[in-house]
Design a protein around this ligand. Structure first.
Ligand code: SAJ
Length: 421
């Protein structure tokens, strides 16, 4: 059976590009979101998130009539759920968005439909979603009770695209397809093959769930190793960036880069899903999370020490005379995304505790978030003129080309290793 209408539930960083890519293949796509403003923006041919080239693809898809957004689910042949899965207190996964998304599509489901969970999910979430659908639609059969004979097919196909490269990675990356039965996997593969040029690799739903969590935990553990090294090296007065470059010359060593902590809505979140379910067995994964989460406090201590150093060499000054400049707020280089950004957290913390002025350089945004009420956004040049302490938080391109003459003799805390003089 072909797919004439595809519905994507949740028009965020994953759902909207996915909807747009299907629509670009001239398939009829209905995007569903609870946010009326987002729906109106998309129907106006514009986007409410930042992702390179997405505006062009969405604009074309809407103008040509292939993509339409709505707040109310409508019948379709395939439903892709791409809603957030944050964690609750104590780091237990919060499946409430998946629950309400599945309950909202249940009334429009029909025999032959395919439902795919794309949201990053703890192991067992797809089965849970299928049980919510079955509860809402006792007139239809589902794979957990009817196996290959079910009316509705259900699969988990986690998204694995890198923010900033979403449109390319959506098409080129391999896709893990975790059907609840082989026929569910077949149906999901046929759907993704409509635009995926990478391989579609079939497994079961639980393995697909664990695969996505494993990928992000792997990265988190490796970044934690780099962050831990950076704190050890600081004690030993060893340049951690030089050390990593040297160690990485070994043919089987590939250490990642230290930073101010791990941000974004994936790597800092997903490992907790494993920890919360594995109950005592996920020791390394949990420790890695703790190491990465502790890095912002360590950076703040470094800034305190730099302020104290500056004061001791300028006895005529007091703390309120000292200007601290924070370079970068985004959670990683060359994007404007401040979500779960350790740089934002550090800047907020410094501005709350520092008696003097805090200024920020963030070339990718036009105004500061409301959580930084006493902080001033300024240009790179202004910051170098005014600041006594320079805190480099994100290795944005413009920061990398700062001439070393501007850095000589300055009080610098460099969390990315690009301003070492
Ligand atoms: N970071 C470092 N050092 C490094 C690499 C990254 O400190 O060497 C930091 C970044 O600065 C950032 C955080 O880690 O704060 C995460 O950035 P990232 O580029 O590693 O990853 P995300 O969160 O943008 O995207 C990840 C990707 N997962 C993997 O690479 C395994 C992406 O493929 C996933 O689709 C995405 O999570 C997701 O949605 O789960």
């Amino acid at each position: 059976m072909g797919f004439s209408t595809i519905s994507v539930i949740g028009l965020g960083y994953i759902g909207l590009p996915t909807a747009a890519v299907f629509a670009a293949r001239k398939l009829k796509v209905i995007g569903i979101d609870v946010n009326q403003k987002a729906v109106d923006t998309i129907n106006g041919g514009q986007i409410h998130i930042v992702e390179p080239d997405l505006d062009i693809v969405v604009h074309a898809a809407v103008t040509e009539g292939y993509l339409r957004a709505s707040t109310r689910p409508e019948p379709a042949d395939a439903f892709l759920i791409a809603v957030p899965t944050p964690f609750k207190d104590g780091h237990a996964p919060d499946l409430s968005y998946i629950e309400s998304a599945s309950k909202s599509i249940a009334p429009v489901l029909k025999k032959g439909d395919l439902v795919i969970l794309e949201s990053t999910s703890p192991v067992g979430a797809t089965e849970k979603m299928a049980s919510w659908l079955a509860e809402a639609r006792p007139d239809l059969t589902f794979p957990q009770t009817h196996g290959e004979a079910s009316d509705v097919r259900v699969a988990h196909c986690p998204e694995r695209v890198l923010p900033g490269h979403v449109l390319r990675e959506l098409v080129q990356n391999d896709r893990v397809i975790g059907g609840m039965t082989p026929k569910c996997s077949d149906a999901a593969t046929r759907l993704y093959k409509l635009f995926v040029e990478g391989e579609c690799i079939i497994t079961n739903a639980r393995t697909a769930e664990m695969c996505k969590l494993t990928e992000n935990s792997f990265r988190d553990v490796n970044i934690a190793f780099a962050n831990e090294l950076s704190m050890i090296c600081d004690k030993f007065d060893v340049d951690v960036w030089e050390l990593i470059k040297l160690a990485n010359r070994h043919p089987r060593v590939n250490i990642l880069q230290p930073g101010p902590g791990v941000g974004g809505h994936c790597i800092a979140v997903d490992p907790w899903f494993i920890v919360s379910q594995a109950d005592g067995q996920a020791k390394l994964i949990k420790t890695a999370r703790e190491v990465n989460d502790s890095k912002p406090s360590w950076v703040i201590e470094k800034v305190d020490a730099a302020v104290a150093d500056h004061l001791s060499s300028h006895p005529e000054k007091s703390e309120k005379d000292i200007v601290i400049a924070c370079f970068g707020l985004a959670f990683k280089p060359d994007i404007d995304d401040l979500r779960e950004s350790p740089s934002l957290e550090i800047t907020k913390n410094i501005s709350n505790r520092h008696a003097g002025k805090v200024i920020v350089v963030e070339p990718n945004i036009d105004s500061l978030p409301v959580t930084l009420p006493n902080v001033e956004l300024c240009t790179l040049e202004e910051a170098f003129e005014r600041a006594d302490v320079l805190l480099l938080l994100v290795d944005h391109k413009p920061f990398k080309s700062v001439p070393s003459s501007l850095l000589q003799g300055r009080q610098i805390v460099d969390t990315r290793g690009i301003w070492l003089v």
